[in-house]
Design a protein around this ligand. Structure first.
Ligand code: CO8
Length: 260
């Protein structure tokens, strides 16, 4: 599939999805969000892909937010539809089988910060900056920021960021747990690839079931979530990968997982 605002490349079992509107600092207009939806469906169906890296084009921005030039003319109904489109597409990231790593190579503001938060893992470059500046535009966060930010960093810190619209640097983002690791910009993609390849080398079914347990479990009470965990734990015992992984350990050799 050809995309206008995205680049989709594959490197072995790792797919790299790049938001490619560098002149607008990769701002998300509705066409880009729609293309993202199609690309996520394509990747989710592709069993050769074991991990995905999501990043932005250029050296300045991951994504500088929703496209303000498009949004400024929205009426209430169009704004609501755009928010709902973002919700549905970002949720696909959480519910697709493969882990998604956000490689944040610059500004991650508004919808950009919200997209990063929908990814399973966030790593960032030293120039990355984060924030939900919607209140400085007379808006609220609309792509899940009011929900995912408190879940990730706690209500107090999230409220401060959402009420002030303050932009924080990568050190603060690391301190509050918004990103896992910080790297020089010129090594960010290499590090993202290393992490994606490490994940891809693990038993694929187990990794995908783990993601499902994390994402589904977050919306359940503890008893239901643990019951779900027990079910998927049991399911791994029907896989060849479990037989191979346990045998390889006992035979003191590296496992050769086939994702079955
Ligand atoms: N939308 C559209 N264009 C953008 C955006 C954006 N979010 N961000 C940057 N651009 C454009 C600029 O207009 C500029 O275009 P041009 O060259 O044609 O003038 C180009 O990108 C480069 O930007 P700057 O010249 O401004 O670059 P600076 O280095 O001076 O500044 C900043 C970089 C600080 C990132 C600055 O561009 C900025 O503040 N951008 C806006 C950040 C922002 O407010 N983001 C939040 C947007 S609102 C949002 O995301 C809501 C999400 C939920 C939507 C819900 C649906 C209704």
């Amino acid at each position: 599939m050809e995309y206008t605002n995205l680049l989709l490349e594959k490197n072995g079992a790792v797919a790299v999805l790049t938001i490619n509107r560098p002149k607008a600092l990769n701002a998300l207009n509705s066409d880009t969000v729609t293309e993202l939806s199609t690309a996520l469906d394509e990747l989710g169906r592709d069993s050769s892909v074991k991990a995905v890296i999501l990043t932005g084009s250029g050296e300045k921005a991951f994504i500088a937010g929703a496209d303000i030039s498009q949004m400024k003319d929205f009426n209430c109904m169009q704004a609501r539809h755009f928010a709902q489109l973002g919700h549905a597409v970002f949720r696909k990231i959480e519910l697709m089988p493969q882990p998604v790593i956000a490689a944040i190579n610059g500004f991650a503001l508004g919808g950009g910060c919200e997209l990063a938060m929908a990814c399973d893992i966030r790593i960032a470059a030293e120039n990355a900056k984060f924030g939900q500046p919607e209140v400085t535009l007379g808006l609220t966060a609309g792509f899940g920021g009011t929900q995912r930010l408190p879940r990730l960093i706690g209500t107090g810190l999230a409220s401060e960021l959402l009420f002030t619209g303050d932009i924080i640097d990568v050190n603060e983002a690391y301190r509050i747990g918004l990103v896992n690791k910080v790297y020089p910009l010129d090594t960010l993609m290499e590090e993202a690839m290393k992490l994606a390849k490490k994940i891809s080398s693990r038993a694929p079914v187990a990794v995908q079931l783990t993601k499902s347990a994390i994402q589904r479990g977050l919306n359940m009470d503890l008893d239901s979530a643990q019951a779900y965990e027990a079910e998927i734990f049991g399911l791994t015992f029907s896989t060849q990968d479990k037989t191979e992984g346990c045998s390889a350990f006992l035979e003191k050799r590296k496992p050769a997982f086939e994702g079955k």
